[in-house]
Design a protein around this ligand. Sequence first.
Ligand code: FAD
Length: 152
Amino acid sequence: MDDRLFRTAMGRFATGVTVITTKVNGIVHGMTANAFVSVSLDPKLILISIGEKAQMNQLLKESSNFAISILNNHQEDLSAYFAGQIKEERTIGFDIFNGMDVIKDSLVNMTCTVQNSVIAGDHTLYIAEVTDLRIQDGDPLLFYGGEYKEIK
Ligand code: FAD
């Protein structure tokens, strides 16, 4: 099986889109991710999968906590930006939720503390406990077949 076939098949799994944020030495870093899974209700655990080459991977090892913002259907531009696909420097006005920087107006903001990490091939899986969350109105941004979609 070649890489392209694998990626194409995985892209047939429709997902939402999140931006993960963390802070190290007073500097906030954000990264777009769709490898996000709800894991456990008691305790409340989620999982994210971060590529070994992503700056975020190194930063999470240092911070051990992060926030997740689930994007709404008007936040495609932010998804592309935090995926490094828009080559310009922007000043992002983050909201503060439970003491952490999060994306404004997104569907859900949650703060998380890393409980465990497992290297899995060229990614690291971070299993984290959700320490607080809030929900806001709106429709989700979806990602399918390498393209952004909306619920119709
Ligand atoms: P960088 O590429 O260095 O940063 C991303 C961008 O955000 C840069 O432009 C940077 O300047 C900017 N930025 C960051 N913080 C700030 C700030 N505080 N203020 C202003 N600008 C800032 N990769 C994974 O590993 N796992 C996934 O689950 C995953 N899912 C993805 C889903 C989608 C829909 C897309 C499009 C990409 C996904 N990626 C995923 C790829 C990942 O988003 C990119 O490879 C990303 O560039 C890696 O982030 P990085 O930590 O290296 O940050």
